[in-house]
Design a protein around this ligand. Sequence first.
Ligand SMILES: Cc1cc2nc3c(=O)[nH]c(=O)nc-3n(C[C@H](O)[C@H](O)[C@H](O)COP(=O)(O)OP(=O)(O)OC[C@H]3O[C@@H](n4cnc5c(N)ncnc54)[C@H](O)[C@@H]3O)c2cc1C
Ligand code: SF4
Length: 353
Amino acid sequence: MTMLLPKFELHQPKTVADAVALAKKFGDEADYLSGGTDLLPNYKCGLNARKHVISLQHIDDLKHIDARNIGAGVTLTEIEHNTEVPAGVREAAGHIASPLLRESGTLGGNLMLDNRCHFFNQSYFWRNSLGYCLKADGDRCHVVPRINVDGKSVLNDKVCVATHSSDLAPMLIALGAEATFIGPAGERTIKLNDFYYGDGIERFDRKPGEILVKITLPEWASNVRSGWKKLAPRQSIDFSVVGVGIALELDGKKVKTLRVGLGAVDTTPVLFDFAKQDVRKDAHHYLLVSPMLGMPDVIGQELTDELIDKVAMHVQTQAQPKLNVPMAPDYRKKMCGVLTRRLLTELRDGPTG
Ligand SMILES: Cc1cc2nc3c(=O)[nH]c(=O)nc-3n(C[C@H](O)[C@H](O)[C@H](O)COP(=O)(O)OP(=O)(O)OC[C@H]3O[C@@H](n4cnc5c(N)ncnc54)[C@H](O)[C@@H]3O)c2cc1C
Ligand code: SF4
């Protein structure tokens, strides 16, 4: 079946200020467009398309990259090949989609990628035959059809558990990235970890009309070992069904910093900060992974195989994959532990930096 783009008016501002002014003018009728590799396929499926599309492709201020700052308009290919940024960020960027898509896809689009679900990423025809769902055009969830409210099992007309599938988000959260936005109310910078807080529909804390301008890594991120591993049906093209990004700093053989970013198993990326300090401020979705619950003591201890095993088992125990992307949830849960164990062992035994 041919899927055509719906009609929309394309705007092509050259500055952030002009783009924000357009977003303010058109409100809910407008979407930002960067590389278009996520937004346009969704439009073709009839998913929440808008009448006005504001392209960010001609805004040079979004395209700067150095060791600690990455502009939202920098392409995935540029990130993959930039030797200044931490290894884990290069690896995560280099495993997204395919070489062609990485030429167009950008950091901004990747961090604001829509959540994915078997019942959502389908043609209009397919969704129509099922009666739609909460995330587009419908009033119920097919993955979690009932929820418990005040001790009673009721039809789920509230909670969407669509899976967060960005590869860069968990890696950047592990490295302590901050995100800077400019919108009608001015500029603000927040921890990327605090940006993601919602359910599969609301997803994140982007105020109306805000543009992501850049992410900034803390100074310590340049000195840690970092890496990325993902599980996907095929090595290329496919989205992650588990993604693990780790930032590790050792003092001799002892752990000084250990932060694991887990992707594609919940409605948001999940941070496990083993220093037990970096905890997401507000999280108001219903089926939350609890990274701090039963977290083993790791900081200051020698990173032995046994300790790596404890860390991997903790991540695996907390992961709660849903049956809404490829591969069975119990297999994906197990792979959260397997990938964490493999990556942490590689980072411990490999070269520093
Ligand atoms: C076949 C296929 C395979 C894929 N595989 C993967 C994968 O393995 N891993 C993965 O992570 N992704 C994957 N993707 C998704 C996508 O290609 C990438 O995530 C890409 O980085 C998205 O960037 P973009 O610039 O094209 O986003 P766009 O499509 O332009 O935008 C995506 C969303 O972000 C918003 N947005 C973009 N930039 C900004 C900004 N600066 N400020 C505010 N809002 C903004 C847009 O409004 C839109 O809602 C895949 C896509 C396809 C089609
Ligand atoms: S999880 Fe979300 S996208 Fe999937 S069926 Fe439920 S409401 Fe729809």
